[in-house]
Design a protein around this ligand. Structure first.
Ligand code: 5GP
Ligand code: ZN
Length: 124
């Protein structure tokens, strides 16, 4: 897709801090992080928005979300049970769709936010 910034990242035409890559998806650090850890998980093939997705995208969407726990562990934001038995750490996942959903880049992406709070407002 011409003029899509995330397609250019997939094509290595512009740099990104890539944390995971396989044949279907790419994950990299957000350039303007809203939390101590802020990752974006994207499909390599251009999909504009979650609003365009259908049943055909079920496997792709499942793969993107199923990647979150692995990325969370590798980036130190997974949920950890403390000595007191209570959960600590953790992360938030988010997909914005369309202007009212706060989407700015029209290449489907799953946000992962984590790390010690406070975090910058997410406009929710
Ligand atoms: P949206 O608002 O569309 O859900 O989120 C777009 C995200 O992409 C924003 O958090 C923004 O900081 C990030 N972003 C925009 N351009 C770039 C870029 O060139 N590189 C990286 N790594 N992140 C970008
Ligand atoms: Zn794209």
């Amino acid at each position: 897709m011409d003029n899509c910034i995330f397609c250019k990242i997939v094509a290595k035409q512009i740099p990104a801090a890539v944390v995971y890559e396989d044949e279907d998806v790419l994950a990299f650090k957000d350039i303007n992080p809203a939390a101590p850890v802020h990752l974006l998980v994207i499909p390599k093939r251009h999909v504009s928005t979650l609003s365009d997705c259908t049943e055909e995208h079920t496997a792709l969407l499942g793969k993107m979300l199923a990647l979150a726990p692995k990325l969370a562990k590798e980036n130190g934001i997974d949920v950890k049970i403390g000595a007191d038995g209570k959960p600590g750490g953790g992360f938030k996942t988010l997909i914005n769709a369309g202007p009212d959903g706060g989407q700015e880049v029209y290449h489907l992406h799953l946000h992962m936010y984590g790390g010690p709070r406070p975090w910058r407002g997410l406009g929710l």
